[in-house]
Design a protein around this ligand. Sequence first.
Ligand code: ADP
Length: 364
Amino acid sequence: MSGAVWAHVGQPFEERAFDTVILGAGRMGTAAADWLRRTRPEQSLLLVEEGGLPNEEGATLLAAGLWEAPAQATDLAQRTLDCLEELGERAGWQPGVPLLTLETVPGPQSFPTAEALERWPELRGVIDPALWPWVRAQEAGLYRPGALALALGQRAVQAGAGLMLNTRAALVPGGVQLSRLTVTNTHEVVVHEVHQVQAGQVIVALGASGPQHAEESLGLHTRHGRAYVQRPRLNAPLTEQSPALRVPGLLLRPQSGGYTLYPAPRAADPHGYVPVPGRLSGVPVGLRREVLETLLTHMEGLPALASSALEVGRSLSDVPGTWVALPSGQPGHPPVLERLSPSVSLLLGGEQADVLGVGVAQQL
Ligand code: ADP
């Protein structure tokens, strides 16, 4: 039987105990909910999300959604792939997308960039073959992480999970405090009512704020960090068949007739860091300094980045950005599922969640 969905404060909520409460309905939280419904259907489950499903903020919506076969953790990647194939269109799954890694020296599977430019002439203005003379092609798949979270959340609800949206969750001893939010007619978000539920186990899947949340409520220091990432847009005349591109520290994902850029975070941002916009030729732009530095290192090899095709914006709010978790404080670290106390676990996605996220959630 389908579970209840509480989307707005008009719907009465009766306090009760749950076997499991999952905090956060990003792709990690929804993957955990889906998995628990399938493997432990006899247990009660509540999934709580501060925003909507999928939430318009957070790491999930701004993740690239690029699946590629990894060198390690292949079983976790396979589980993620199985899930994407099963959901198909519902997750925006598009298999068989070429991913070109640009190289300066040829590796065993490389071929000349000039050949790639013949096959994909639309990339002629994007790549300078003199600086990136070689490419390595592999097959990847693209999906929409927000659509994945929505599909997984819906499937969990259909299988009996309760879902509470627009509700801020906080860990309290023995359970969870739920603050149901509403918007006033002056557009202020206010707490309408507060509930407490008991939980046999709590899974903290709050994305970048998970570790801090655990620290504040449990007094447990973790080694995890977070970083502010941005997803600038590069307008390029792409077709449906255009490949994804990768250079060190930067992924270019074809999306709606252009590239969305995914500069990798370089390091964890210090506690209390507030993103600061950088300057280009002295003029303030919407990209943070670290992102600009990454793009600047590639402006010769990818000349389109140095043109007006790159949307730099005027202030930070012009360029989509979000906080992402850095498991273990390291960029590129795989997602983690960590037991913080006998009844609380932390589920962190981060940069590798595209490939390994669902697999790690299935370790519950
Ligand atoms: P991940 O990729 O790890 O799933 P996200 O940032 O996409 O990371 O997901 C975390 C989700 O948790 C977001 O949808 C965010 O709105 C939600 N969230 C953050 N803090 C709270 C909170 N205190 N209560 C409920 N939901 C929260």
